[in-house]
Design a protein around this ligand. Structure first.
Ligand SMILES: Nc1ncnc2c1ncn2[C@@H]1O[C@H](COP(=O)(O)OP(=O)(O)OP(=O)(O)O)[C@@H](O)[C@H]1O
Ligand SMILES: [Mg+2]
Length: 271
């Protein structure tokens, strides 16, 4: 993993001056005071952070903290947020190729696997244009399935219906489908929640490898996994970013009482 980028911490709203400490070229995503209300309820409140151009970033927090909602905002699945979101130097809402183009560039692997009612292979190439499919290298499907730790289990049944896969296999198929589009950033929402330890280990290794060339933002409830993956930790509770920083220091010396409570009891009383 890129140790240089591990030193770059997310930027809490209260210390905006830290933005200046980043080399602008190193930041691939910068969210400033992102807020979102859904059905009259404030779900995200003034969230500010940056993701460096490479490396792992782990988003943790209690259930209902707003982690999935935040990922959906970054991918423009929610668009009615306030604040500023700059991705690779562009305002997200003014992405040169439009919202669909932004979603190709920023792969989002959702918490619940969503597959199309077609074969495993058709699911993998679903987002590609006809031209892209025709010019795809012969081993491309094998490559992404290996990155998603699924190749061995599906290599002899690529034409079976995707719905015949187990939930853990479906989750990995969604990862393969996202990788097929050669994203420049990956957002993953509990990608290993339904996996056995061996598959989880393969996915973690893949994420670490992918993070050498792009920012990877991964939601997890598995604190041990967060420690293994390292990088930057972003801790959220009740729609707020409570604390962020380098993984080792966060787990060794969390600054905020809410973070300490969460690490000790998996709960957080930040109201
Ligand atoms: N469309 C919606 N309308 C109203 N409230 C919503 C909507 N979507 C999410 N919420 C609420 O927003 C809050 C945050 O939800 P979110 O799914 O982002 O949490 P989370 O941190 O991902 O939780 P978990 O760890 O359980 O996945 C929750 O209280 C949820 O009920
Ligand atoms: Mg969630």
């Amino acid at each position: 993993m890129n140790t240089k980028n591990n030193k770059i911490a997310a930027i809490p709203a209260e210390v905006p001056q830290q933005v200046a400490a980043h080399n602008a070229g190193d930041i691939s995503l910068h969210a400033s005071k992102l807020s979102l209300a859904l059905e009259g309820k404030n779900i995200l409140r003034n969230i500010s952070f940056s993701l460096p151009a490479q490396g792992i970033n782990i988003l943790i927090g209690p259930s209902g903290a707003g982690k999935s909602t935040l990922l959906r905002c970054l991918n423009l699945l929610h668009t009615d947020w306030c604040g500023e979101l700059r991705i690779m130097g562009h305002h997200a809402r003014c992405w040169p190729e439009g919202e669909d183009g932004l979603r190709r560039t920023i792969g989002l692997i959702a918490q619940k696997p969503t597959l199309f009612p077609c074969s495993i292979q058709q699911n993998i190439v679903f987002g590609l244009s006809r031209t892209e499919r025709n010019h795809m290298p012969e081993n491309r499907i094998e490559k992404v399935l290996k990155q998603a730790a699924l190749w061995d289990e599906v290599k002899n049944r690529l034409h079976d219906q995707a719905a015949t896969l187990s939930v853990g296999q479906q989750q990995r198929l969604c990862i393969a489908r996202a990788l097929m589009l050669s994203p420049k950033m990956l957002l993953l929402d509990e990608p290993t929640a339904s996996l056995d330890p061996r598959s989880r280990q393969f996915i973690e290794a893949s994420l670490l490898e992918l993070a050498q060339n792009m920012p990877v933002l991964c939601v997890t409830h598995d604190i041990e996994q967060a420690k293994r993956l390292g990088g930057q930790i972003i801790f959220m509770c009740e729609g707020r970013l409570i604390e962020s920083g380098d993984s080792k220091s966060f787990f060794k010396h969390p600054n905020r009482i809410e973070s300490r409570e969460f690490l000790q009891w998996s709960v957080c009383d930040c109201s």
